[in-house]
Design a protein around this ligand. Structure first.
Ligand SMILES: C[S@@+](CC[C@H](N)C(=O)[O-])C[C@H]1O[C@@H](n2cnc3c(N)ncnc32)[C@H](O)[C@@H]1O
Length: 174
């Protein structure tokens, strides 16, 4: 470290800042029909606060706000997605009911959610499961596009255009 100059440290810091964030899941948006199906399966209403973990362009929380009057929070680690989601919320006229946060979904504060939506990957669902069960209030609904939670059996399922979706409710803590 003694041999690293101040200019070297600045160079390393600017290189690190320019690196794209590590994505646990690549960006693939849910088709609109699947978004509608997810919001119907978890019976979203205007009293809900919908969190989409890995929100992409914000379509799930924007649709929850626009179609059902819910509040929404989208979390994405990619600043480009967050910028896009904010612009989309503004165009949809729901930017007073939704907000987007640039954050790692494993670190985000999700306690205020009454509904959580996911379109991640099987191993990411399983890594996230302990956080869902620990941080979310009992009664919070969780809906996942495409991927289940292994031995946490879903209480609802649907198939839309060949895509499977799953619904769970966070149980009371033991
Ligand atoms: C498959 S896309 C789903 C987008 C959106 N939820 C939908 O269904 O249309 C996954 C999203 O997760 C984001 N992502 C990946 N790893 C993440 C992490 N650790 N924390 C937060 N977001 C992440 C990606 O940037 C991407 O936008």
């Amino acid at each position: 470290m003694r041999f690293v100059s101040f200019a070297g440290i600045l160079l390393l810091a600017s290189y690190a800042a320019a690196q794209p964030p590590h994505l646990d899941v690549p960006y693939v948006p849910s088709p609109n029909a699947v978004v509608d199906g997810m919001l119907k399966l978890d019976k979203v209403s205007k009293s809900d606060v919908v969190y989409d973990l890995g929100c992409g362009d914000g379509r799930i929380v924007i649709s929850a706000a626009k179609e059902y009057g819910a509040k929404g929070v989208g979390i994405d680690i990619n600043p480009d997605r967050v910028r896009e989601a904010r612009a989309n919320a503004k165009s949809a006229g729901v930017d007073d009911r939704v907000r987007f946060e640039e954050n790692d979904l494993f670190k985000a504060d999700i306690k205020a959610a009454t509904v959580v939506t996911l379109y991640l990957l099987p191993d990411v669902n399983m890594r996230l499961r302990p956080k869902l069960l620990q941080d979310l209030k009992p009664g919070t609904r969780v809906v996942s596009h495409s991927f289940d939670m292994e031995d946490w059996k879903p209480e609802g399922e649907a198939s839309i255009d060949g895509r499977h979706i799953y619904l769970w409710t966070v149980p009371a803590r033991k």
